[in-house]
Design a protein around this ligand. Structure first.
Ligand SMILES: NC(=O)c1ccc[n+]([C@@H]2O[C@H](COP(=O)([O-])OP(=O)(O)OC[C@H]3O[C@@H](n4cnc5c(N)ncnc54)[C@H](O)[C@@H]3O)[C@@H](O)[C@H]2O)c1
Length: 364
């Protein structure tokens, strides 16, 4: 019998909904499909317990977690009923968490600010004895993401940063976690099998088979609040960088900027949490003869990341148990789009296995 991993979620949106549903679903049926590792560090997915939750939306703050997760504008698939009686969602610090254009969209699809006093985040983390905070800050919420990172440092809480607001891959912040004796996994969660993973694998496979990639694009459309938020192009810089580098890092030679375009491109409300990615690769093979690859991938966005987050949480807890601090390089490279050090996926997974069994530089 292991002690449960006590987590806090910052951002009770669609990804948090899939994570919490997943934890309860695995508790009910440990053989459920979808995890890379049913057991990690002695913990199964059902050993994760949400003990604190922060949001700033009027329909979520002050409500029990299961009600907040079901509240608009959340729109992801409910694949497992959430049992009543979760923690109450408390008011976070909004800072730059909310895009101004949200006011131009109907209530059921967009964000609405709560009229409540923010709590002291660090104190809440301490009071709830949180082991790991999961940051689900919206794209562009760089100040808010750092606010939660600061609270983790103050409270002695590890962090898994699922958003593309750079913390683990920012050398100064990585050092702060290291000096505080706390592990961090980040940044920007890489879905179980999403556009980033598919694009990376295809790019790498072509390189390994001697094919030269000349140009490529990846366009994504979706109808959830993440995509609505990203209509504000000024918030998009870190997401675009994160997704582009995740692909560039797999090429033998970097493509010139004008020959690679990766990014979210539009918001289609009726798609809700479904995301459609279109990938094109133009290349040349033997004799310089041209070839083209076109791929269309359609996934439910939020459940696609939840299993990966469950593994990242267990790695952070494992590092805490072993007294390892700072950025967990192999878990970050395998689970995240923007780790401080990009690796080829097979190398990242190999090093992750070494980390889990306690071998290698960071596994000791
Ligand atoms: N597969 C995926 O869905 C996936 C993959 C990679 C990265 N991500 C990233 O994960 C993050 C979360 O995605 P999501 O789909 O859950 O988004 P979401 O919009 O559904 O949820 C974000 C939540 O954060 C809340 N929020 C905003 N500012 C806040 C603040 N300052 N303090 C506390 N709460 C605040 C919002 O009210 C909302 O409930 C995004 O950055 C997204 O890009 C998601």
């Amino acid at each position: 019998m292991v002690d449960p991993i006590r987590i806090a979620v910052a951002g009770v949106g669609n990804c948090a909904s899939s994570l919490v549903q997943g934890v309860h679903a695995f508790r009910a049926d440990p053989s459920m499909v979808g995890l890379m590792r049913p057991e990690l560090g002695g913990w199964s997915a059902g050993d994760i317990e949400v003990v604190a939750a922060f949001d700033v939306d009027a329909r979520k703050v002050g409500r029990p977690l299961h009600e907040a997760l079901a509240a608009a504008p959340n729109c992801t698939t409910v694949f497992h009923p959430l049992p009543a009686g979760g923690v109450e969602v408390v008011m976070g610090h909004a800072l730059d968490g909310v895009a101004g254009h949200m006011a131009d969209h109907p209530d059921e699809r967009a964000f609405r600010m709560a009229d409540a006093e923010p709590v002291d985040i660090a104190q809440t983390l301490r009071d709830a004895e949180v082991d790991v905070l999961i940051s689900y800050m919206p794209v562009g919420a760089n100040e808010a993401a750092k606010h939660y990172a600061r609270a983790c440092l103050e409270a002695g809480t590890a962090m898994v940063n699922c958003s593309p607001c750079f913390v683990a891959s920012h050398p100064e912040w990585a050092q702060r976690f290291d000096e505080a004796g706390l592990p961090i996994v980040g940044d920007d969660i890489k879905s179980q099998f999403g556009a980033t993973f598919a694009h990376r694998v295809l790019t790498r496979a072509m390189g390994d088979r001697g094919i030269r990639i000349l140009r490529t694009y990846q366009l994504n459309i979706g109808g959830n609040t993440d995509f609505l938020n990203m209509l504000d192009r000024s918030r998009l810089a870190s997401k675009k960088l994160s997704k582009t580098e995740a692909v560039q890092s797999q090429l033998d030679a970097r493509l010139p900027d004008e020959d690679i375009h990766v990014g979210p491109s539009d918001y289609v409300p009726w798609l809700r949490d479904q995301k459609v990615a279109t990938i094109r690769i133009e290349a040349e093979g033997f004799g310089g003869v041209p070839m083209q690859l076109d791929l269309r991938l359609s996934v439910e966005d939020s459940p696609n990341s939840a299993g990966v987050v469950i593994d990242a949480i267990r790695c952070a807890a494992l590092a805490r148990r072993r007294g390892i601090s700072g950025v967990l390089e192999a878990p970050s490279a395998w689970f995240m789009k923007s780790p401080p050090r990009q690796m080829r996926d097979e190398e990242a997974e190999r090093q992750l296995d070494r980390f889990i069994v306690g071998e290698g530089a960071e596994g000791l």
